[in-house]
Design a binder for this molecule. Structure first.
Ligand SMILES: Cc1ncc(C[n+]2csc(CCOP(=O)(O)OP(=O)(O)O)c2C)c(N)n1
Ligand SMILES: [Mg+2]
Length: 565
């Protein structure tokens, strides 16, 4: 039976299991939107800015492991998606982004709201399509979802000319994709696996550094088995947080620029670094010359382009992290590294995170700690970008894959609120806390309206320091406190929330923190707390830019660690 292009898009999405999409309409999408009510299986969430649609799809994908779907109209709608697509690309998030396009006969004529969105997004998509006729839509959508979620996931863009949406064509959803040039590596090379197992079995001071690849590959159980069998301590990258329970006795926190002193010292001392599903980002390595100077390196990654890109490795294993770890687990012997683990425990004590009780004022670290306590570490936390993001990474102990959602590669301010929205839509039974900065929140604050219209019960904790804090911190430490363009004013967030019909509270004293958090969680709906935190608190430890990880600056004058273990 013949169907319109718009119907084919909807039916294909349903065939892919899409139950929700985030979008914003416009002229060239009218045929699609006019058709959508025929398919009540697809929940459409109307965002307030297309950037929010892309971040929401991103948050949804990270929380659920499914492909996130977003849609925007041609021209400005499409360009508004760009930051969100780039964000998903850099963090390997599976996403299908659909854009409306002017009718085929107008393409290339500088028509109203015509923009070459496939050209613009070429370097930030895994692949892109312009649908040239309705008959090709089903195949394109099948491929797009397949490409987005397989291999190293990423965003795929489909540009949909208006008249392709109205054109009629025969519809059958293809059963499989034919992409001869697209190969997804699965198992690692047997020789390399053997070499790796030998190194692991012989190492005196082995160390695992886990990245987002472990989460994408759903390999947390295998990772745990490797760590426990081999008695190998684990540290993570920022995006690897949640791949291994942070309250596990073998967990030593995050590495890198704001990583724990212990994790960074461990990298410096290890004789075998087992890097799993991570890409040696500069925020993790610090100065390359000083990175893991005493170690052989095993690098497990699905993407061969990552091998040797930033750091030379001794044993590269290109393959799916889960399959590789399963194979390694068959070869790795029961290990015992008592002295090494003792050494790490010592470093933990010597280099604690700053004490959350160290000030009578309202410390942002204290708030994160109380959020952890109040949620028993079971919430999904989603952040903006800045100091608050790093404190959330440091002080909330995440236990599950997908429980910490943050913009790593692109570092996108404004990611927090819409991504939290997507996470909550994907995981309605989970408590979702958006931990945001006063600067970051102002970039996408309009999504508060989406929370209300679609009844999405995200809880928002603003760590309001009156600054673009992370940039101010660099000015403090490296530009002699010349705070240029970093003091930032904000509206009364509680009143803004109320104007959006969201209840809110302002907290200025430590003793009110817990009560406010409990009130927010007891409320059936979105809720905002504006925490007026100490304005000039800095994030420590910090590896200065260009320095080796071992040269981290510690929190001045703080004594006892309350990092719970
Ligand atoms: C879109 C965007 N613009 C600029 C930056 C540069 N930047 C990184 S952190 C930061 C400050 C963030 O301020 P806020 O959200 O208040 O968080 P805080 O550091 O104060 O916790 C800025 C401006 C960025 N990461 N993203
Ligand atoms: Mg701030």
């Amino acid at each position: 039976m013949k169907k319109t292009g718009a119907q084919i898009i909807c039916e294909s999405m349903i065939a892919e299991g899409v139950g929700v999409m985030f979008g914003f309409p416009g002229g060239v999408l009218l045929p699609f939107y006019d058709t959508l009510p025929q398919y009540p299986q697809i929940r459409h969430i109307l965002v307030r800015h297309e950037q929010g649609a892309a971040h929401a799809a991103d948050g949804y994908a990270r929380a659920t492991g499914k492909v996130g779907v977003c849609m925007a109209t041609s021209g400005p709608g499409a360009t508004n998606l760009v930051t969100g697509i780039a964000n998903a690309y850099l963090d390997s998030v599976p996403m299908v982004a659909m854009t409306g396009q002017v009718a085929r006969s107008f393409i290339g004529k500088d028509a109203f709201q015509e923009i070459d969105i496939t050209g613009i997004t070429l370097p930030i998509t895994k692949h892109s399509y312009i649908a040239k006729d309705a008959g090709s839509l089903a195949g394109i959508i099948k491929e797009a979802f397949y490409l987005a979620r397989t291999g190293r996931p990423g965003p795929v863009l489909i540009d949909l000319p208006k008249d392709v949406q109205t054109e009629q064509a025969d519809y059958t959803y293809p059963e499989k994709v034919e992409l001869p040039g697209y190969k997804v590596p699965t198992r690692g090379h047997p020789t390399q696996l053997k070499n790796a197992a030998k190194l692991i079995n012989e190492a005196k001071r082995p160390l695992i550094i886990a990245g987002r690849g472990v989460i994408i590959s759903r390999a947390s159980d295998e990772l745990k088995q490797l760590a426990e069998t081999g008695q190998i301590p684990i540290i993570t990258t920022l995006l690897g947080i949640g791949s291994f329970p942070e309250n596990h006795v073998l967990s030593y926190g995050m590495a890198g620029m704001h990583g724990t002193g212990c994790a960074n010292k461990a990298i410096d001392s290890t004789d075998l670094l087992i890097a799993v599903g991570m890409r040696f980002d500069d925020r993790v390595t610090g100065k390359i010359a000083g990175f893991a100077p005493n170690a052989k390196i095993i690098h497990v990654d699905l993407d061969p382009a990552e091998i040797g890109k930033n750091v030379g490795v001794n044993v590269p294993i290109v393959g799916d992290v889960k399959a590789v770890l399963q194979a390694l687990n068959k070869m790795v012997e029961t290990g015992e590294h008592i002295d090494w683990i003792k050494q790490l425990d010592e470093w933990l004590k010597q280099h604690p995170l700053g004490d959350v009780n160290d000030s009578a004022g309202l410390l942002p670290q204290y708030i994160i700690h109380q959020l952890y306590e109040a949620t028993k570490g079971d919430a999904i936390t989603v952040t903006g970008v800045g100091q608050h993001q790093m404190w959330a990474a440091q002080y909330y102990l995440h236990k599950e894959p997908g429980s910490f959602i943050t913009s790593g590669g692109l570092g996108t301010m404004g990611f927090g609120l819409p991504a939290a929205m997507g996470a909550k839509v994907g995981c309605p039974d989970k408590t979702v806390w958006c931990i945001d900065g006063d600067g970051s929140l102002q970039m996408t604050i309009q999504e508060l309206a989406t929370l209300v219209q679609d009844n999405i019960a995200v809880k928002i904790a603003v760590l309001n320091n009156g600054y673009l804090g992370m940039v101010r911190q660099w000015q403090d430490l490296f530009y002699e406190k010349r705070y240029v363009a970093t003091p930032i004013s904000c509206p009364d967030f509680v009143k803004v929330a109320e104007a959006y019909r969201i209840p809110g509270l302002r907290v200025t004293r430590r003793e009110d923190v817990t009560g406010a958090i409990e009130q927010a969680m007891a409320y059936d709906g979105p809720f905002l707390i504006d925490f007026m935190v100490e304005p000039e608190e800095n994030v420590f430890p910090m590896v200065p830019p260009g320095a080796s990880n071992i040269e981290f600056i510690e929190q001045p004058k703080k004594e006892v660690s309350t990092w719970p273990r």
